[in-house]
Design a protein around this ligand. Structure first.
Ligand code: NAD
Ligand code: MN
Length: 523
C-alpha cells in the first residue's frame, strides 16, 4: 500500500530542481504520481536557506485529474454514505497514526515554515492533534435534525438531514501549514466529503508528511483525499471554476479571497473564507500589567506576527501609556532571534525574502507617516543567521489609527501602539478597520472586559489571553476577515448541505393541496 512519497531526482527530471535531493510527487486517487508536465520546485528552509527537496508543481491537467478522482470517489457513494460511526472510527485511527509519527511532522513544519522548535512541538502538534481528534469525534454526529411538527397544509412527517456537499477544493497559506491542513481536511472528511488540498507554494512539507502517514494507514478509499502541490495562480482558478468542484474553502489574504469569490461565482460554489486581520488588543486601565505586557508580546510576536489573528494594534490608556510602553520595549528587546531549530529561539525567520522586504517597507512607511519607532527592527549581523530571512521586533508609538501601518496587515514583527483617553474611544478605533477577525481585552474586572468584548466587531475575543483557538469554539471573521467559521460544530456544518424530505401522513385525494390549484377542471 505504501507507495513511495518521494524518489531520488534523476538528472534532468526536474525543471529548476536542485539535483539529488528527495523528490515529492502529487497524491492523486490514492497514489503518488509525477506531474504531467514534469515541473518541480525546490522546497526551502527559511531559517537556513537549505533546500529540503524538490516538490511537484501541479498544472491545470493534474488539477483536472485530481478533481475527477475526487468526483468519482464521491459519486460512487461509498465514502459519503458510510455509516457515521464507522467513519468516526476510521478517522480516530488516522489521528492515532499521525500522533505516532508526530515528530516527523513537527520537524517538517519547523524546517519548512521557519517556525521555532518550541512552536512546532509545544503548540502546532498538540493543538493540531486535539483539533483533528475532535473532528474524528464529531464525525459520529447525528445527521438528522428536527423541526417543529408541520400541520399546514397537511400533517407531515419531516426528515431534515445533513449531507456532505461533495468535492471540496481547499487552499491554505504558508504561516501555519500543518494546523491549516488539519482545519481543512478533518471537518471535510468527517462529514463525508472528498478533498483536494492545495498547500501554500512555500510550505508543502508537513502536508506531504501527513498525507504520507494517512496513505500508509490504507484506510481511506482512493480519491477521497488528494494533495496537489503547486502554484496558487494555476491550481486555484481551476479548483474555483471547475463545475465538478462543489465547495472552495480558502485561508489566506483578503486580496486572494476576493479573487476566489469572483471565480467561484461562475458555478455558484459554496465558499468559506478565512482571511486577513489587524486585530485590536485593548489594555484597560485596571489590567494586571505583568500579565498584559507579556500577553501583548505573545499576541503580536508569536511566529513573528505571521498569524492572521495577531494582536498588532495595541490600545493603551493615556494614564498607563509611558510605563506600559517602556516595559513592553524592555521585554521585546530581550526576545531571542535565532535558528528555528535552536530550543532557545523566541523568534525565527520570516517565511521569505519577499516577506522580509515587505515588512521592512512597512517599517519605513511608519517612519514616513510620522510614527515613532521606540524599538526599531533590524536584520541581525550574526553570520549563523545570514542565510535566513530574519528581522528583530519593531514597536511604533505616536500612531494614529488612520495611518496605513495601523490599517494594513503587515504580517511581521511590527506592533503599533495607539494611545486612548476613554474606553469609548478605544472601542470606536478598534472597530475602525475593514477587518474583524479577533481581539484581546485585558482587565482585572472580567465583567467590564466582557462588556467591551460585546462591542468589538470580531469573531473571537480573548479576555486576559490571546491566540487560544479551541477545537470546540467557532473561529472566523466579521467584515472583510472572511465568510463562515472553522472548528467545532460550526466548522462541521460548513461542510454540509441541509436536506428536507417531506413525508405526508395522509395521502388521500382530499388532503392534497394541489387538487385546489392545478387540476383538469373536466374529466
Ligand atoms: P495568499 O492569499 O497569498 O495565499 C494563500 C493560498 O492561496 C496559497 O496556497 C496560494 O498559493 C493560493 N493562491 C494564490 N493566488 C491564488 C489565486 N489566484 N487563486 C487561488 N489560490 C491562490 O496568503 P499567504 O501569503 O499564503 O498567507 C498570508 C495571509 O493569510 C494573510 O493575509 C493572513 O491573514 C491570512 N491567514 C488567514 C487565516 C485565517 O484563519 N483567517 C489564517 C492564516 C492566514
Ligand atoms: Mn501571499
Amino acid at each position: 500500500m505504501a507507495t513511495a512519497i518521494r524518489t531520488e531526482a534523476t538528472n534532468g527530471a526536474g525543471h529548476s530542481a536542485a539535483p539529488s535531493l528527495p523528490q515529492y510527487e502529487l497524491y492523486i486517487n490514492g497514489a503518488w504520481r509525477a506531474p504531467v508536465a514534469g515541473q518541480y520546485r525546490p522546497m526551502v528552509d527559511p531559517s537556513t536557506g537549505e533546500i529540503l527537496g524538490n516538490v511537484a508543481q501541479a498544472d491545470i491537467e493534474d488539477t483536472r485529474i485530481a478533481i475527477q478522482a475526487a468526483r468519482a470517489a464521491f459519486d460512487d457513494g461509498y465514502w459519503p454514505n458510510m455509516g457515521h460511526g464507522e467513519r468516526s472510527r476510521l478517522l480516530h485511527a488516522i489521528v492515532d497514526a499521525i500522533e505516532a509519527r508526530q515528530d516527523e511532522i513537527a520537524d517538517a513544519e519547523m524546517r519548512n515554515s521557519g517556525c521555532t522548535w518550541r512552536k512546532a512541538n509545544l503548540m502546532d502538534m498538540p493543538v493540531g492533534l486535539i483539533h483533528f481528534r475532535h473532528f474524528a469525534k464529531l464525525a459520529d454526529f447525528e445527521p438528522l435534525e428536527s423541526i417543529p411538527q408541520i400541520t399546514f397544509p397537511a400533517l407531515t412527517y419531516n426528515i431534515v438531514r445533513r449531507e456532505p456537499i461533495g468535492v471540496c477544493g481547499q487552499i491554505i497559506p504558508w504561516n501555519f501549514p500543518f494546523l491549516m491542513a488539519v482545519w481543512k481536511i478533518a471537518p471535510a472528511l468527517a462529514t463525508g466529503n472528498t478533498v483536494i488540498l492545495k498547500p501554500a507554494t512555500f510550505t508543502p512539507y508537513s502536508a506531504l508528511k501527513m498525507v504520507e502517514i494517512i496513505n500508509d494507514t490504507g484506510l481511506l478509499p482512493p480519491g477521497v483525499l488528494n494533495l496537489l502541490t503547486g502554484p496558487g495562480q494555476v491550481v486555484g482558478p481551476e479548483l474555483c471554476t471547475n463545475p465538478m468542484v462543489d465547495k472552495i474553502a480558502f485561508t489566506g489574504s483578503t486580496e486572494v479571497g476576493r479573487e476566489i469569490m469572483i471565480q467561484a461565482a461562475s458555478t455558484i460554489k459554496k465558499v468559506t473564507l478565512e482571511l486577513g486581520g489587524k486585530s485590536p488588543n485593548i489594555i484597560l486601565d485596571d489590567a494586571d500589567l505583568d500579565l498584559a505586557i507579556d500577553g501583548s508580546l505573545w499576541a503580536t510576536f508569536m511566529h513573528n506576527g505571521q498569524a492572521c489573528e495577531s494582536g498588532t494594534r495595541l490600545f493603551v490608556p493615556a494614564s498607563l501609556h509611558d510605563e506600559f510602553v517602556a516595559r513592553l520595549v524592555d521585554r521585546a528587546s530581550r526576545l531571542k532571534l535565532g535558528l528555528s531549530s535552536d530550543g532557545a529561539t523566541d523568534l525565527g525567520p520570516l517565511i521569505s525574502a519577499g516577506q522580509l522586504r515587505s515588512v521592512e517597507s512597512y517599517i519605513q512607511l511608519g517612519i514616513d507617516e510620522g510614527a515613532t519607532p521606540v524599538l526599531l527592527g533590524a536584520r541581525p549581523t550574526d553570520p549563523e543567521l545570514a542565510n535566513g530571512h530574519y528581522i528583530s521586533p519593531t514597536i511604533f508609538t505616536n500612531v494614529d489609527n488612520r495611518m496605513r501601518i495601523a490599517q494594513e496587515e503587515i504580517f511581521g514583527p511590527v506592533l503599533v501602539v495607539i494611545k486612548y483617553d476613554s474606553v469609548e474611544d478605544a472601542i470606536r478605533m478598534a472597530n475602525d478597520t475593514i477587518y474583524g477577525l479577533a481581539a484581546g481585552v485585558w482587565s482585572r474586572d472580567v465583567e467590564r472586559a466582557v462588556s467591551v468584548a460585546e462591542r468589538i466587531q470580531a469573531g473571537t475575543i480573548w479576555i486576559n489571553d490571546y491566540h487560544i483557538i479551541s477545537a470546540e469554539a467557532p473561529f472566523g471573521g466579521f467584515k472583510q476577515s472572511g465568510i463562515g467559521r472553522e472548528l467545532g460544530t460550526y466548522g462541521l456544518k460548513e461542510y454540509t448541505e441541509v436536506k428536507h424530505i417531506h413525508v405526508p401522513l395522509n395521502n388521500t385525494r382530499e388532503s392534497k393541496f394541489y387538487y385546489d390549484i392545478v387540476v383538469p377542471q373536466s374529466e
